[in-house]
Structures are given as C-alpha cells and as structure tokens.
Design a protein around this ligand. Structure first.
Ligand code: BES
Ligand code: MN
Ligand code: ZN
Length: 485
C-alpha cells in the first residue's frame, strides 16, 4: 500500500477518513453526518468506526470517522494505531482504491499521525499470493492512502514507521510461507534479496562449515531432511566500535517432530516454527532500513526437522559446538538443539555485550500464557527489565519466568552431560535452563519463548488472521531505547 502526503485534498475523493478523539466531534462536519454518528453511538473510542455518505460539490462522498480515544491517554500511540487499523480492516477490500486521510483539524501530533499510518499499513497486509480464483469483491482494492492536513513532522515520523512496517511485513511473509517454499536455503535467499544494498553484512554457513565447527546438535536436527541446514548471520554496524547486541532466532522451517513424530492434526502449524528466526530477520530489516545508530547482529539457525532413514533417533548422543554432549531423548525437542549451537557460535564469533534469543520453543508456553504474552527468561535483571519495557511500549508483550539450579538439574543425564527434555512439568522453564547451559557466565542473556505469539487464529490489534509479525517491534524498540539513547 502506497502512503503519500499532499497539501490539498484531491478532488473527486470518494472515500475520506477523519480521526476523532473521544467526545470531540470535529468542527465543520456536515450536520447529518455528525448527528448520524451520535445516533449510532459513535463516541470516538479507540478503533471505533462510523461510516456515512454526504454530498460534497454535488457528488456523494463516503466519510469514515475513526476513533482515537482520549487525546491525553497514556496509550495514545496504541489508540491511534487502532484507529488506522480499523480503517484498513474496513476498507481493504471495500472497492475503493484511494483513501484520503484528512487530518486537518484533528487533535493529532506528528507521532499520533504516524501511529495512525502504522496501524493502517500493518492491518492492510494480507497473504493472498497463492489464491488464484478469488472473486473480485474479495480482492484487496485499497492501493493508496493520501494524507492531507498532516501535522508538521508527520513525514519524518512516518519514515521511521515505514521502516518498521517493512520489517513486520517481512516477518509475516516468512512466517506465512509454506514449508515447501520456505526451507533453510530459500530462507537465506529471501534474506539476501531483502538486505541487498542496505549495508548489512551477510554470512552463511552450510553443513560442511558447521560440521567443521562441530555443531553436532544443530546438524543432528537437520540430518533427516533433504534440505541443507544453514546458519545465517546478518550484521549491522551503525554504532561505532561498541560490541554488538545479538539476536538469535530458532528457524525450524518445518517441525514434524522427527522420529518422535507429532500427531497429524494441527501439524501444519509447524510451518511457523521458524517464527523466532522470522522475528530476528524482520527486526534486523527494520533497524537496517531506518539506519539505526547501533551495532547489532541477527543469527538464524535454519533447519528442517523430518523423520527419515537418516534422521536422528531417540537416545542418540550428539556433541554440541561447546563440547557438551546431549542425549536426545525426544527428537521433537529440537529447537533447543538448534539454538544451543547458534548461541555458542554467536558468543564465539561476535562477543556480544548482550544476547537475546527468540523461539517458538515449547507448547507449554502456550498453555501458560496463551496468545497475550511471550515468556521471557533472563540471567540478568536489567536486560529482562529492558525487554519487558519494550514489550509494554510496543504491544509485543512479554512476561518474565524464573530460572534456577533446581530446574536445571532436571536435565541431568546418566549417560551424557545433559538430556534434551525434562519432565512434563515446567516444560518451558527446563527448555530455558537447557539454553542457559550454553551461555557464558559473564554474558547477559535473555530467552523469549514466543510459541503463542507468531500466529493468530483471529484478527488482532494490527494484524488479521495468520502471521502477526510479533517480535519485530520489540526488537526495534529495545534497540532504540537501550543503544540509541
Ligand atoms: N515447535 C515446538 C513447540 C510448539 C508447539 C510451538 C506448539 C508452537 C505450538 C517444539 O519444537 C516442540 O515440539 N516442543 C515440545 C517439547 C517437548 C518434546 C519437550 C513440546 O512443547 O511439546
Ligand atoms: Mn518440536
Ligand atoms: Zn519446534
């Protein structure tokens, strides 16, 4: 969707939207429209919408009023996003190609206006590349938004918003892509294409290089797949000589469970088991596109977990790059096997000052937190706090869980240094404890288990059904607030 700014309202505008603060109907509205809105109980609550037709210059014009809530609200930005999102949801396939967003006389400042645009753009993303027989009335019609009367500074604020939207959309594309299209090598290819010419540095390790480095845990997961496993690093140097902050993502492009095969019903969901890697890729894209003044690196462990004659078996013992050995009691607990080598390599290669991983790691996290929060585990309180804050500020919310030696010992194995599963209880925590065994003592680390967040069965704040793009805004905000002060 194309968003542009204009000084004058285009003539022949057939669809005009205005943003309305709660209890504050704009001046100059046609009387019939204003009373119609009141009669329909439209008050300007966040995301509330009213539509009416009026005659302007002898032509019928469709007017949409979108509520942005109280002007002084602490949640102003989120409420403005809701107003934009409501417009997108209603008009995306309503037949009009152009929406004129008339902000003259609105109570918005530049940040509020940019937030409306972000909501509009994010909510208008849809994946219909594979639908060839859609009826005309189902197709996306809305192609452009022309903003008139924008408050001073909106265009600058929107440049940053647009970078963020690109990141979120990239993550959604990756997450929504089916696993016959998105596998480790094609994931890498899509990233190469998106980061081409941006100044980001791309490094890719294939299986031979990973073998050489001793990444037996990651390679064990991929060994049953026809697709070659990959380790991808995307590095952005926008902040001088500082050690980077590293983001590491679980990128299991399909998780059948391996020989510990998952049940059939619902297995298709496991195409989005690369949601952590997707969030890191999109987060990096947002940072790179807005030329963040920070040193950051994203590392993606990309594998496909398949059952096969060559697949690893329950009971196999693998040696990770760190030298620690792992008894693989359940081949479906594969994410931690991928991450442990990715985390070790990241610390070895980039000496990051902080490291945060993102992973759709455990079904238990869905049971604990549902679809409202991701779970965060950290060996460092200030890092946890920074992530929780970024979550609150962006709506990519997190909730902290504990780590402790008592949980850690549930992973002890009689035959190797550890096993890859604990008991059923505290499944998300033992998964985090497993990862912690691969983090150096002096490195602040956080693990975000986002199993419940990357895919939505019902539309949400700024997304429709499907891929949410969770994590991109969290990463962007975290970097902005902790590295770009
Ligand atoms: N990718 C899954 C976790 C998952 C499940 C994410 C459902 C989203 C929705 C992960 O690889 C997995 O299979 N975990 C197992 C671990 C168990 C075998 C210890 C799980 O959660 O059941
Ligand atoms: Mn699994
Ligand atoms: Zn998995």
């Amino acid at each position: 969707m194309d968003i542009s700014f204009s000084d004058t309202r285009p003539d022949k505008a057939r669809l005009v939207a205005q943003i309305v603060d709660k209890g504050n109907m704009p001046d100059g509205l046609e009387r019939v429209l204003a009373s119609g809105a009141r009669a329909s109980r439209f008050e300007g609550k966040p995301g509330q919408l009213f539509e009416g037709f009026v005659e302007r210059d002898g032509e019928p014009v469709r007017i949409a009023l979108a509520g942005a809530g109280d002007a002084g609200s602490e949640a102003r930005a989120a409420n403005c996003e809701k107003a934009g999102a409501a417009l997108a949801a209603k008009y995306l396939s309503a037949g009009e190609e152009t929406l004129v967003l008339d902000l003259s006389g609105s109570g918005l400042d530049a940040e509020g206006a940019a937030a409306v645009l972000l909501g509009l753009r994010l909510r208008s993303w849809r994946q219909d590349a594979y639908r060839t027989t859609m009826k005309d009335e189902e197709k996306v019609s809305l192609a452009r938004v022309t903003v008139v009367g924008a408050p001073a500074g909106t265009e600058d604020a929107w440049r940053e918003g647009a970078a963020l939207a690109e990141g979120v959309e990239f993550t959604r594309v990756l997450v929504a892509e089916p696993a016959n299209k998105l596998y480790p090598e094609s994931f890498v290819a899509m990233c190469r294409e998106r980061f081409e010419g941006t100044g980001a540095e791309i490094t890719v390790l294939g299986e031979a290089e990973m073998e050489e480095l001793g990444m037996g845990a990651l390679l064990g997961v991929g060994q049953g797949s026809r697709r070659e496993s990959q380790l991808l690093a995307i590095k952005w140097n926008g902040g001088g000589d500082e050690a980077p902050v590293a983001f590491v993502g679980k990128g299991v492009t399909f998780d059948t469970g391996g020989i510990s095969l998952k049940p059939g019903p619902g297995m298709e969901d496991m195409k989005w088991d690369m949601g952590g890697a997707g969030a890191v890729a999109g987060g990096m894209l947002a940072l790179v596109k807005r030329k963040a003044k920070a040193n950051v690196v994203g590392v993606l462990g990309l594998v496909e977990n398949m059952p096969d004659g060559n697949a690893q078996r329950p009971g196999d013992i693998v040696t990770s790059m760190s030298g620690q050995t792992i008894e693989v009691l359940n081949t479906d607990a594969e994410g931690r096997l991928v991450l442990c080598d990715a985390l070790h390599w990241t610390q070895d290669t980039f000496r990051p000052k902080r490291i945060v991983d993102f992973a759709t790691l455990t079904g238990a996290m869905l049971i604990a937190l549902g679809h409202e929060h991701g779970g965060v585990f950290a060996n460092d309180d200030s890092l946890a706090e920074d992530l929780l804050e970024a979550g609150k500020a962006t709506g990519d919310k997190l909730w902290r869980f504990p780590l402790s030696p008592a949980y850690d010992k549930l992973l002890d194995s009689p035959i190797a240094d550890m096993k890859n599963i604990g008991p059923r209880e505290a499944g998300s925590i033992t998964a985090a404890q497993f990862l912690k065994r691969f983090i150096r003592d002096d490195v602040p680390w956080a693990h975000c288990d986002i199993a419940g967040m990357v895919w939505a069965k019902t539309p949400g704040r700024t997304w429709g059904k499907g891929a949410t793009g969770y994590g991109v805004r969290l990463i962007d905000r975290f970097v902005r607030d902790t590295l770009e002060g």
